[in-house]
Design a protein around this ligand. Structure first.
Ligand SMILES: *Cc1c(COP(=O)(O)O)cnc(C)c1O
Length: 429
């Protein structure tokens, strides 16, 4: 598409946008700022307007039925999580038996490591990306120690080359080769939270398998953002949260994927709880853990219905729209943001605005991370004061997510307009 830097152009794109009507199905913050352009869907997705009624229904049923709601409410709580499985499986390209919503993200990765990180004295290394989200780094570090290994030895972090921000796939593949005999696990973010780089998950999975290692992914920034085909890619396991691109509400329930190859392997070590136990026998309250087939066999506890009801309302929107339509708009809208930032870089050559996210749309999702060396903190605070809500990360990066479900071309235009004003003012200071 040929982009133009005008409000007329942006509005024309919005009018022609087949997903345009979804914007009004979300609540936008009102912060008393001159503008409101929300670009933080990578941190906390906005609230679908359908969430309130969905949560209220469960509050009403709890009031009305008490414990009887487990079986007699409109959506019986006993099997409530099953309602979330089909839309969630659709989002990540999985069979329904391969996915379940439960717990939260870091907890789930630890639980999956019980089954899929089985280090031996010879084969114990984990290859991951440098600058992984801190929770994942703490997780890897403590997992290595838990198994008696020195994290500095066990964790091989692949870094960008000197002077570069993103990681070259060839460097990851080389490290997998180099560590072939000692490698237990390749564990990457699907999309790196900092740079927005989308990794080639099928290639990493194939490379891990070719040396006898397991492949797992943290999809916090990928689920609901980029197309995923976890089953076909033969990924061993994955986990993600639902409150970023999936808009289910702060801290809400996470989800896991376990490939069907492993779902009925009851020899895999795992931690058990009653919700993962054979459903037909669950209330017999007997000892002898018999896990359910598939991802459900990793569940521990009965589920938080109020949160799940919000998540369900949001996932229903994804089921209606479909990832293909979202991806299509995401590419064009993210491209417009890239174009807008490039124009600013050109207009203010002395400021040094630059994009660190890959330029190739196949290597990114709905995120552009920009480096505004030296100016970013002040600029970021000023952006927020103007009502352009993005995200700042140390040391010098502003992360902007144009989310196809609710962001518009006009939002991107507004971002450009506000940035231009702030950069021009900064030049005068
Ligand atoms: C957001 C995010 C998390 C957050 O983990 P929680 O357990 O949900 O608090 C972890 N890892 C990555 C990569 C993330 O993007």
């Amino acid at each position: 598409m040929r982009y133009e830097p005008t409000l007329v152009f942006a509005k024309a794109q919005d009018t022609a946008d087949p997903l345009g009507r979804y914007r009004n199905t979300f609540s936008f913050p009102k912060l008393g700022t001159p503008e409101m352009a929300y670009f933080s869907g990578h941190s906390l997705g906005l609230q679908p307007k359908t969430v309130r009624a969905a949560v209220e229904l469960e509050l009403d049923e709890w009031a009305k039925y008490g414990v009887e709601g487990h079986f007699h409410s409109t959506n019986p709580w006993y099997s409530y999580h099953e309602n979330l499985t089909p839309p969630m499986a659709g989002i990540v390209g999985a069979r329904e038996t391969e996915v379940v919503c439960m717990n939260s993200l870091t907890t789930n990765i630890h639980l999956l490591f019980v089954s899929f990180y089985r280090p031996t004295p010879d084969r114990y290394k984990i290859i991951s990306e440098a600058k992984m989200f801190p929770s994942d780094r703490y997780l890897l570090e403590t997992q290595a120690r838990f198994h008696g290994f020195d994290p500095d030895d066990a964790i091989v972090e692949i870094e960008p080359r000197d002077g570069e921000w993103t990681i070259r796939h060839e460097d990851i593949l080389k490290a997998i080769e180099a560590n072939a005999d000692q490698l237990a696990l390749v564990f990457f973010g699907g999309v790196n939270y900092f740079t927005g780089q989308l990794f080639d998950m099928p290639a990493l999975t194939a490379a891990a398998h070719s040396v006898g290692a397991v492949a797992g992914f943290d999809l916090a920034h990928a689920a609901g953002n980029v197309p995923l085909e976890l089953h076909d890619w033969d990924v061993d396991f994955a986990a993600w949260c639902s409150y970023k691109y999936l808009n289910s509400g702060p801290g809400n329930v996470g989800a896991i994927f376990v490939h069907e190859r492993h779902g009925s392997n009851f020899d895999l070590p795992r931690f058990g709880g009653w919700w993962g136990h054979d459903k037909s026998q669950r209330f017999k309250m007997e000892s002898g853990f018999k896990p359910m087939h598939g991802a459900e066999g990793w569940q521990l506890s009965n589920v938080p219905i109020l949160g799940m009801s919000a998540a369900k309302a949001s996932l229903d929107i994804f089921a209606e729209v479909g990832m293909a339509a979202l991806r299509k708009k995401s590419e064009v809208l993210t491209g417009y943001l890239e174009y807008t930032v490039d124009r600013l870089a050109h207009e203010f050559p002395d400021v040094g605005v630059s994009i660190i996210t890959p330029r190739d749309p196949r290597q990114r999702g709905s995120q552009i991370s920009i480096n505004v060396a030296g100016r970013e903190r002040q600029l970021f605070d000023d952006l927020v004061a103007e009502g352009v809500i993005a995200d700042f990360r140390e040391p010098c990066i502003i992360r902007i997510a144009p989310v196809p479900l609710y962001n518009t071309f006009e939002d991107v235009y507004t971002f450009g307009k506000v940035m231009r004003k702030l950069l021009a003012e900064g030049d005068k200071k």
